[in-house]
Design a protein around this ligand. Sequence first.
Ligand code: XMP
Length: 517
Amino acid sequence: KILILDFGSQYTQLIARRVRELGVYCELHPWDMTDEDIRAFAPKGVILSGGPESVIEPNAPAAPQAVWDLNVPVLGICYGMQTMAAQLGGKVDPGSVKEFGYAEIRAHSQSRLLKDIEDRVNDEGHGLLDVWMSHGDHVSQLPEGFKRIASTKDVPIAGMADESRNYYALQFHPEVTHTTQGARIYSRFLHEICGCGDAWKPGRIIEDAIETVRKQVGTSKVLLGLSGGVDSSVVAALLHKAIGEQLTCVFVDHGLLRHQEGDQVMKIFADHLGVKVIRVDAEERFLRELAGVSDPEAKRKIIGRLFVEVFEEESAKLQGIDFLAQGTIYPDVIESAGGKTKKAHVIKSHHNVGGLPERMKMKLVEPLRELFKDEVRAIGVELGLPREMVYRHPFPGPGLGVRILGEVTKAAADTLRLADHIFIEELRRSGWYDKTSQAFAVFLPVKSVGVTGDGRRYEPVIALRAVQTIDFMTAHWAHLPYELLDVCSRRIVNEIPGVSRVVYDISGKPPATIEWE
Ligand code: XMP
């Protein structure tokens, strides 16, 4: 396994994903991990990430001494290279120009790390690579024992290595897809230099998780809040495989789910996989408490509170349950460990009926805690969940409650469900579903005039929203083809009574959020 020390670069999670994609298990820890923890982790290699600081500043973050005492290969990326140089006796200078974007690097001296990895070869036979640079400072003097392995037009030392100690460093970011040979560089480091195998594959991940869960829970009973979302679905399938009848799922249907979603969840889990699922139809209760409320945050609070209440009431009816399972995934863990108050984490804690384990005096089972989303999806497919479900767009916990602007009513929810269903159906039919990150319809409670046949109608408006994004923190609106929008608009107005008009949202995030509320 590989240890990645995080110096705060926006690309650190990408490093971890690349390493895992190459079949090697890795963990990401803050750069100030203690020497003791590093030794206990016993990595086969260490990667020092990039970061926003400057090693020239006093008290700049540095790699813990244990990294250099382990006698394992170390790869420094960007800031990681600079701290390696500074710590081992080299020199780092502030850059006169900040480099950001594509650069062409030239490989030097047949290094073990870069040998024969190139996009092109120049007239003198040196390998050239297209890479992604993002830095200010650069190494101006090599530490003792190091040789230069790469340079660019502006940076004479863009890569260095001390092959006797297996220390390597690159000024550019091989984890970013713009660095076309990035995966080969990581593979060289992981498989050849560190000697890691490539056993981290869906089948193995499942076997390991099953073994761990069985050890953890023994013969105890486990409760899971199943929402139909990717993470809780994969947990359900995994736990069912691991402990079968010991698992009970509670699925709270708050009436604000997508078209036929509740039935589908039951079909897949109860009928197809044979998981024990208790479905709670709480639509009426949710709608009753939401009546007359139009403030978005107030609606969220009500839905969150009721969700916990209903879940608690239902589980109180069950006897002898010791464990509560949750679909926490690795990015949630990293975010909370980093102390960052990212929205995603807040969302998760709300959605995962936060606080319940303490209140119900249950121990936690979190079998996806070490996995990235793509790994969760891959094992979901392997466990027999339908691809469509596993690769579904994210859906907010409060569901249609935040997509019906203003007061939530049954009529609005029914109308919205149909409009949303048509939109998604057409996106799938046209191949655009997988090209967008999130797409949905929004119910606008303003009325507009329309004509159909010889009748004049005065009805609400449906807005369509489709975005493309990597991290949901920023997003572009999807440039859907006019023909596709045309089909959606026609179908929605023709097939759903009570909609006068369809509009398409062309706002990016920022300034607009993805959801309308
Ligand atoms: P915004 O609207 O903030 O959304 O750009 C970013 C992502 O978060 C989702 N989202 C939520 N998810 N509970 C959730 O579980 C919520 O209250 C909530 N609000 C927004 C949104 O769907 C998008 O994927």
